[in-house]
Design a protein around this ligand. Structure first.
Ligand code: FEO
Length: 394
């Protein structure tokens, strides 16, 4: 595969993984993903920014050879996670004169995870630069998007920046340059929801930093390269804003349709009040879709059946995922149904507690199917949600 030139001796040397179906053994992928690596040919030195996911090492090295890369001076490692750092040992073996240039946190990670020896690592500080001759690489340590070790690499003369996982997308391509489309926006948002949303405040900070830098191109480590940086930066400005949308998400687990009937009823009543809703069957529906809706939602209504004497395990998992994704939602309500008894909401509430959601009403627990008095209580919850939303969206 001939490397695509991105700009003035900067080449894409990454690979598509079109068949990958799940990431981190958690997140379903709709379009596979790409592991991006960039080759920078300076007048005196050659650098490579980020390496490759280990199962693709052989193909990656073969491509370097077929593209005539006989020497690499610097392996710039923006992040220690192995989808980007995993091929460092093989790269060092093939190019023994190369040294890894990175920050102290990545250095610790690649020493422990990949056994890269100390003498092969040059540790840099924030804003430090190295020269490739006619190109300068400046390192901007940017912790929190999404690991504490993350940094960006800015190619000064080209006004181009490699942003590691930040601003990425699980997406594959033939041409490396982003073509704005609904599909790409969907993938980028899904990626943000699942990987970056827990670090929303840091994402917001770096989005503004990159806007202020007025870079010409953004080179992330998954998904396409942005020749028009404001396309992805404006999307991030929206997703990371503090203001939720007039949207209620209603994820639920329902064994005998009782909980589902309450969720359906609430969604219909909320819709009649002009509030957008998204119902999500936790067992059958795609977790990524829920994560995406949580980027925008103002309210979360969690519904669950009871198993034995506690919440259904899938709803515990749901509460945990919601809690760690740290959505910007402000309000919540809990509803559920039981057969013979137990505590349904204590554990769920405890798991959601770090989100500091305003619980709009007493949780509603129904034995078996909801009756007329239960629907009346659901009306009260719907009214409480509507009132809270009205205070945000006047
Ligand atoms: Fe794509 Fe954090 O690795």
């Amino acid at each position: 595969m001939k490397f695509q030139e991105i700009r003035n001796n900067i080449y894409y040397c990454g690979l598509n993984d079109v068949h990958r179906k799940i990431f981190d053994e958690l997140i379903p992928l709709e379009h596979g993903t790409s592991y991006n690596s960039y080759l920078i040919k300076g007048s005196e030195k050659i650098a490579i920014i980020d390496t490759m996911y280990p199962p693709f090492t052989e193909e990656y090295l073969k491509n370097l050879e077929e593209n005539g890369i006989a020497k690499i001076d610097y392996i710039i490692e923006n992040h220690g996670e192995q989808d980007h750092s995993g091929s460092i040992p093989a790269l060092l073996k093939k190019y023994p004169e190369a040294i890894v240039v990175t920050n102290s946190k990545v250095a610790e990670n690649i020493k422990s995870m990949l056994l890269v020896p100390d003498e092969k690592i040059k540790v840099i500080e924030n804003n430090e630069e190295i020269s490739l001759g006619d190109k300068t690489l400046r390192f901007l340590i940017s912790p929190g998007v999404h690991w504490p070790d993350t940094m960006f690499t800015y190619i000064v003369e080209d006004n181009v920046i490699s942003t590691c996982d930040f601003l990425g997308a699980h997406y594959t391509f033939d041409d490396v340059f982003a073509i704005p489309s609904e599909e790409l926006e969907h993938s980028a948002k899904r990626y943000y929801a699942e990987i970056m949303m827990p670090f929303r405040v840091m994402c917001k900070k770096y989005t503004q930093m990159l806007k202020d830098m007025k870079v010409d191109m953004i080179l992330p480590s998954h998904g396409p390269v942005y020749k028009e940086p404001n396309y992805i930066l404006d999307l991030y400005s929206n997703w990371t804003s503090d203001s939720p949308e007039n949207l209620v998400v209603l994820p639920y687990v329902s064994m005998y349709e009782s909980t589902k009937s309450m969720i359906d009823y609430m969604a219909e009543k909320l819709g009649a009040k002009g509030i957008k809703t998204y119902k999500h069957d936790v067992v059958d529906d795609d977790l990524g879709e829920l994560a995406m809706r949580l980027v925008d939602a103002a309210t979360i209504v969690l519904g669950t059946s009871m198993v034995l004497a506690g919440p259904h395990p899938a709803s515990v998992n749901l509460a945990y995922i919601t809690s760690v994704l740290k959505p910007k939602a402000k309000f919540a309500a809990l509803v559920g149904s039981y057969g013979w008894g137990g505590k349904l909401f204590d554990l769920i509430s405890q798991i959601l507690n770090p989100l500091r959601l305003d619980i709009v009403s007493e949780p509603l627990l129904v034995k078996g199917k909801p009756k007329a008095e239960d629907f009346a209580k659901l009306d009260e919850i719907v009214n409480a949600i509507s009132e809270k939303h009205n205070s945000l969206f006047k």
